[in-house]
Design a protein around this ligand. Structure first.
Ligand code: PMP
Ligand code: GLU
Length: 399
């Protein structure tokens, strides 16, 4: 038979979702694994949002909508962006689709031509690199480490720009590192972006989950930058709604219009029912968001203090999101629970096998020295997982 698409065949599956599937499989087999894999909150969707979804079903919101979403949701998003981050958008600047992951892909689809270069600071969320390749474009990876708190400098950005560079992707706060760019740092990067006529995709999906420093949206600091910025966000993390699949882009009208057209021939609209539930999320009382943030803050504090009290591993306290990016490089060249550890993959595999703890190895995020833990899980699970890590580091297997 003829070969399948070369682009599709070259795509690596999502490592975060793979870890999730593996831990679910192990649990189904009766293995007592503690999972810190995919970043998905353990909270339930707040009641007022669920009720709006039920009401949407009962009032027959069962028809197609405009490909880029219903007007009340676009309006609720504009009001939310203004109230929360001082951003000025109108409905025509908003494109709603089936999750921020899909929105990101569609934004890249309408922005990129084959061969265009996209600058991607590492460590990065797993999907960006593959989504860039799925568009036939070329990821240009900028390496960072703890010494700059995993952030790129304007000089580093400038040095990576070629005649083919089209776009920079920023995640603020970052998945997997949790680091937050300050307003000053964004201003410095903004100058390079504008001077070199680049676009910016600013993934702000963790904007409300900040514990240190103040979140500032890149589009709010400079109208010139806003003209070339597509903000990506959604309900998944902010309102514990991962399964509802609603994300949005806010940006310049020419880009949003093309995204709408592209969607009209691909997914069409996102679920009508989920869109109505999302209106309740954005337009409703935001106390639920602050309550979840506070709970994450407690977990973060506990996690960081325990990890940094262990002598073979360490982590920077994350400013935001709900991940711990743990440096395991001090264990390289040693043996733990009978397994030779040469890299972060070995560490994560051995920890799963002997410690019954599932984490995501850093290679998928562009780092060979780290593993990622999601602390979007109960404090009991966190305690159990860290007790097992401690034992594992002392060569005492749990399994
Ligand atoms: N961006 C980042 C940085 C993420 O971590 C995620 C995680 N799912 C997404 C986008 C996509 O979110 P969703 O598709 O659930 O809206
Ligand atoms: N974004 C989350 C994560 O990084 C969810 C899984 C995914 O969509 O990749 O784990």
């Amino acid at each position: 038979m003829k070969s399948l698409s070369g682009v599709a065949s070259a795509i690596k599956p999502s490592a975060t979702l793979a870890i999730n599937a593996l831990s679910q499989e192990l649990k189904a087999q009766g293995v007592d694994v503690v999972s810190f894999g995919a970043g998905e909150t353990d909270f339930y969707t707040p009641d007022h949002i669920k009720k709006a979804g039920i009401e949407a079903i009962e009032t027959n919101k069962s028809y197609y909508t405009a490909s880029s979403g219903i007007a009340p949701l676009k309006k609720a998003i504009c009001d939310y962006l203004k109230a929360s981050f001082g951003l000025e958008y109108e409905n025509k600047n908003i494109c709603v689709s089936s999750g921020a992951k899909h929105v990101l892909y569609i934004a890249m689809r309408v922005m990129l031509n084959p061969g265009d270069e996209v600058i991607l600071p590492a460590p990065y969320w797993v999907t960006y690199e593959e989504a860039i390749r799925m568009c036939g474009a070329v990821p240009v990876i900028l390496r960072t480490d703890e010494s700059t708190r995993f952030k790129i400098s304007p000089e580093q950005l400038q040095a990576a720009i070629t005649g083919k560079t089209k776009c920079l992707i920023l995640t603020n706060p970052s998945n997997p590192t949790g680091m937050l760019y300050s307003e000053e740092e964004l201003r410095a990067l903004s100058k390079v972006i504008i001077d070199n006529d680049l676009y910016l995709i600013d993934d702000e999906i963790y904007a409300t989950l900040v514990y240190e420093g103040k979140f500032v949206s890149a589009a709010a600091i400079d109208p010139e930058l806003a003209k070339r910025t597509v903000i990506v966000n959604g309900v998944s993390k902010t309102y514990a709604m991962t399964g509802w699949r609603i994300g949005f882009a806010a940006g310049p009208q020419p880009i949003i219009k093309l995204m709408d057209t592209y969607l009209s021939h691909s997914t069409g609209n996102a679920s009508n029912i989920a869109q109505y539930a999302s209106v309740a999320a954005y337009a409703g009382d935001q106390t639920c968001v602050e309550n979840m943030r506070r709970e994450f803050a407690k977990r973060r504090e506990y996690f960081v203090s325990r990890v940094n009290a262990m002598d073979k591993v360490s982590c920077l306290p994350p400013d935001g999101a709900f991940y711990i990016f743990m440096n395991v490089s001090r264990t390289f060249g040693t043996t733990l629970c009978g397994e030779k550890i040469e890299n972060a993959d070995d560490f994560a595999q051995a920890l799963l096998k002997h410690g019954l703890v599932a984490t995501v190895p850093g290679a998928a995020f562009g780092s060979q020295s780290h593993i990622r833990w999601s602390y979007a899980t109960s404090i009991e699970n966190i305690k159990k997982g860290l007790d097992r890590l401690e034992k594992f580091l002392n060569n005492e297997p749990t399994a």
